[in-house]
Write a protein of this length. Structure first.
Length: 325
């Protein structure tokens, strides 16, 4: 029984039941236990969360932040405390904006996991039972009624005026009428009228359905995996900013070295005076406001997307989304 490649929406009721080795009387307790062992609990895996301190410090890993911190140290050594405070303020604001946004995204991911049902009514050994949703397995026969949260991905067997709110998956606010009739194999998620999906809400009516996917194999499980995958994000904007920071650092160091050499060997300037002049030129060449400006612009984009119920886990994701036609 390969549930990963089961296109239950395009198969008839009889074909689905046959593929799942199930019938309308439900699974036996022993068969359900065996399948639970095989397919695992009907729950979404929780990835290991980063320590908040580590997550906060990770936002310092930026070329321009390094340059700003270096300039803050130099201005502090020169007793230019106002400049030091301003530069450090820019760094802290930049880091806090990224940290807070990532925290909001983590909460959104937890909200997706909390969309699963707590318990549900099934047929086991031909009798109705209420069991924890985590114990559901492919092939279980589930009873749905108005107000229920769908506990897994289900193929409808029988319905009575069933309508389901699928806004959590498709974004459509209108409820969808369900029927047992199969649809085309390439039908979009919102057009699969013979299916009900984990995390959606039964708006009205009743139905009997068979479980075709549980846990991370459900559609909401697929969304959870996409949200939980932690990868180093490299966007065109990040690449350009990092490249700019590296090139700028090289130019500043080369310029400072040249000025120091000319002042020392040709002008015979005193070392202390020459050092102060070189540092002043280097600090003046650093665009202290650039990281803050970029973060503010991206944060505005994140806020606007949040108003449209879009989850942006890291600020640079806004720039990537903006490049999509």
């Amino acid at each position: 029984m390969d549930i990963k490649n089961l296109n239950a929406h395009s198969l008839s009721v009889e074909e689905v039941l046959e593929t799942l080795n199930a019938d309308r009387e439900g699974l036996s307790a022993s068969e359900a236990a065996e399948r639970l062992e095989r397919f695992g609990p009907n729950s979404l895996p929780r990835g290991r969360k980063k320590n908040p301190l580590i997550r906060f410090l990770s936002h310092f890993n930026d070329v321009l932040i390094y340059v700003l911190l270096a300039s803050a140290v130099v201005t502090a050594l020169l007793n230019h405390w106002v400049d030091t405070i301003v530069i450090l303020g820019v760094v802290v604001i930049n880091v806090f904006v990224g940290f807070l946004q990532e925290g909001k995204a983590e909460k959104a991911i937890d909200a997706v996991r909390n969309m699963l049902s707590v318990e549900n009514r099934v047929l086991r050994d031909g009798q109705k039972k209420t069991i924890p949703a985590e114990e559901l397995v492919p092939g279980d026969i589930v009873k749905l009624s108005s107000g229920d949260r769908v506990p897994a991905d289900l193929r409808v067997l029988d319905v009575h005026e069933l309508r389901v709110n699928e806004a959590s998956l498709t974004g459509e606010s209108e409820t969808v009428s369900k029927t047992p009739e199969p649809v085309e194999d390439d039908a979009a998620l919102g057009d699969r009228t013979c299916m009900t999906y984990s995390g959606t809400i039964v708006a009205s009516g009743t139905a009997t359905a068979v479980v075709v996917a549980t846990g991370e194999h459900t559609e909401i499980g697929r969304i959870n995996r996409m949200l939980s995958d932690v990868e180093t994000m490299t966007t065109p904007l990040l690449r350009q900013v990092n490249r700019f920071g590296i090139v700028l650092s090289i130019i500043i160091l080369a310029l400072a070295g040249t000025i120091f050499a000319l002042g020392f060997f040709l002008a015979r300037m005193p070392l202390e005076e020459l050092f102060l002049a070189v540092v002043a030129i280097a600090v003046a060449a650093i665009p202290e406001g650039l990281p803050a400006v970029i973060s503010i612009i991206l944060a505005i984009g994140v806020r606007r997307m949040a108003g449209r119920n879009a989850i942006i886990r890291r600020l640079p994701g806004v720039e990537t989304l903006g490049s999509v036609a």
